[in-house]
Write a protein that binds this ligand. Structure first.
Ligand code: FES
Ligand SMILES: [Fe+2]
Length: 349
């Protein structure tokens, strides 16, 4: 049900250390994170090969982890290197070691065949640590399937309703979008021309409630569940066909969505901006506003999941605004089917 041969964000770099060994379920698998003495992050299956106790409840011994139950000890590659009370280690005694890369403030984990892991395939989130940008974010927990969150981010017409006191204005839902897609990406673009700025944008951009802005939302999905939003507002009526971005401010809302189980999701996100980056309170204001808006998303999506779980078999009705979400989920489902059945992939070529 999940795309396995892919990089996912498993943790913020700040969450992983040598104290408080981190256990986190990713794609239904218990994973433990820790750092070697030189700081290199490690991700191992959090299930001892002996009797399946969680290694994350154990302790580090140098660059190895000792199981809390009977003391079997594993190195960073997952190989068992010590069995108390015997001089030899059973040859197949090891736990799975996940390829990991620390990049863009996050610890990335490859959940599939380690032989296929290529760090070059990690999604571009350079705004997270680029010197001309400032980014900050958090991890939220969603009680719903991750695809519902992908759909949510690809259709921002919900801003007019769920986020009416923060990000939304009536004009958002009334403005159609343009869609662009390939097998590997979907983009959704919307320009909301010559209309009042929402409360959050008034604060961020210094617009008055009466002032009109041209506002853009340019959203890109890439598999399995990365959604990057290029958003902003500029002074209206500049004469430019699509608005003049130089007359306003730009932000990136960066979302890395990792399934925990079929019905729960780790939601890593950050807000990045390239204006007034030497004023941390601006970043904090942006993050706080988005956090409050995302709580509204988690609320409605959690309720959606409850209704899904109620066993109803009613079909879902699609509307124009669903174009981006439908295409993204279709692409993702095709990739999952191909991964599980290579014959499907060959037939498609
Ligand atoms: S369960 Fe880990 S050593 Fe026995
Ligand atoms: Fe939302």
């Amino acid at each position: 049900m999940f795309l396995r041969n892919a990089w996912y964000v498993g943790a913020w770099g700040t969450e992983v250390g040598r104290q408080n060994l981190l256990r986190r379920t990713l794609l239904n698998e218990p994973v433990m994170f820790w750092r070697q003495e030189d700081g290199t992050p490690v991700a191992l299956a959090d299930k001892c090969a002996h009797r399946h106790a969680p290694l994350s409840a154990g302790q580090l011994v140098g660059d190895a982890i000792e199981c809390p139950y009977h003391g079997l000890t594993y190195d960073a590659s997952g190989a068992c290197i010590r069995v108390p009370g015997q001089s030899t280690v059973p040859p197949n005694c090891r736990v799975h070691s996940y390829p990991v890369v620390e990049r863009y403030q996050w610890i990335w984990v490859w959940m599939g065949d380690p032989a296929l892991a290529n760090p070059d395939d990690i999604e571009d989130f350079h705004w997270m640590d680029h010197p001309e940008w400032r980014a900050k974010g958090e991890l939220m927990h969603l009680k719903a399937n991750y695809k519902l969150l992908v759909e949510n981010l690809l259709d921002l017409s919900h801003l007019s309703f769920i986020h009416k006191t923060t990000l939304g204005t009536n004009a958002v839902a009334e403005t159609p979008m343009q869609f662009d897609r390939s097998d590997r990406h979907v983009t959704v673009t919307r320009w909301i021309m010559d209309s009042p700025a929402p409360p959050f944008f008034q604060k961020a951009g210094g617009f008055t409630p009466e002032e009109h802005v041209d506002r853009w939302q340019h959203i890109t999905w890439t598999p399995p569940a990365f959604v990057r939003l290029d958003i902003g507002s500029a002074r209206a009526n500049t004469g430019a066909v699509d608005g003049d971005r130089s007359q306003g401010f730009t932000m990136r809302n960066l979302n890395a969505i990792t399934p925990e189980t079929e019905k729960t999701t780790h939601y890593f996100w950050a807000q990045a901006h390239d204006f007034r980056i030497d004023e941390p309170w601006i970043t904090d204001l942006l993050v706080q506003n988005i956090h409050e808006a995302f709580l509204e998303d988690l609320w409605i999506i959690g309720l959606q999941q409850e209704n899904v779980d109620s066993g109803t078999t009613l079909p879902r009705i699609d509307i124009n605004h669903d174009g981006g979400g439908l295409q993204a989920i279709r692409n993702l489902d095709r990739m999952i089917a191909e991964e599980n059945n290579p014959a499907v992939a060959q037939a498609a070529e």
